[in-house]
Design a protein around this ligand. Structure first.
Ligand SMILES: [Mg+2]
Length: 156
């Protein structure tokens, strides 16, 4: 019980220390690394980290089981648990970034620019219906899934 009280105090304190508009990605990476180092953790293989990202994403998905998206949005009791699972996914993403020395902001920017080219604004007009947008999206997906970067190299 004492641990629960200390834990709740720690959580309440944490709520006041980090915010998106004040926190650098590097700070989160460093926090994850420091936490792991103090416990002798952090030597997981990239395969196990990938697996952990998916496991935590599945825990996030569990909150949506048997409910519509709107029901989940309107259920205030799920907000905290969803935040927790999102944070767990982020934890493992940062762990992977630390393990493979990935600059997350650079990786994001690179993929963002790729997505700008892949899904041009010009073909997703605001006057299109959701169905029309989905059809365009699936067409692009089909076009892009016709190859794999490693297979392309070997085939050249
Ligand atoms: Mg979790």
């Amino acid at each position: 019980m004492m641990n629960d009280q200390n834990s709740q105090k720690n959580v309440a304190k944490a709520d006041k220390q980090m915010r998106d508009d004040l926190t650098k990605i590097e700070e989160i990476k460093n926090k994850v690394k420091a936490f792991q180092d103090k416990r002798g953790w952090g030597n997981e293989s990239p395969k196990d980290i990938s697996l952990s990202i998916v496991l935590e994403a599945a825990e996030l998905l569990e909150h949506f089981q048997f409910k519509s998206g709107r029901e989940v949005e309107e259920e205030a009791r799920l907000f905290g648990p969803i935040c927790d699972e999102l944070s767990d996914v982020l934890w493992w993403i940062m762990s992977m970034a630390n393990r493979l020395n990935i600059d997350v902001a650079q990786a994001f920017e690179r993929k963002y620019k790729y997505n700008e080219d892949k899904y041009p604004e010009s073909i997703f007009a605001s006057t299109m219906t959701d169905e029309e947008k989905r059809k365009k999206y699936y067409k692009i997906k089909a076009k892009y899934r016709g190859s794999h970067p490693l297979a392309d190299k070997q085939d050249d």
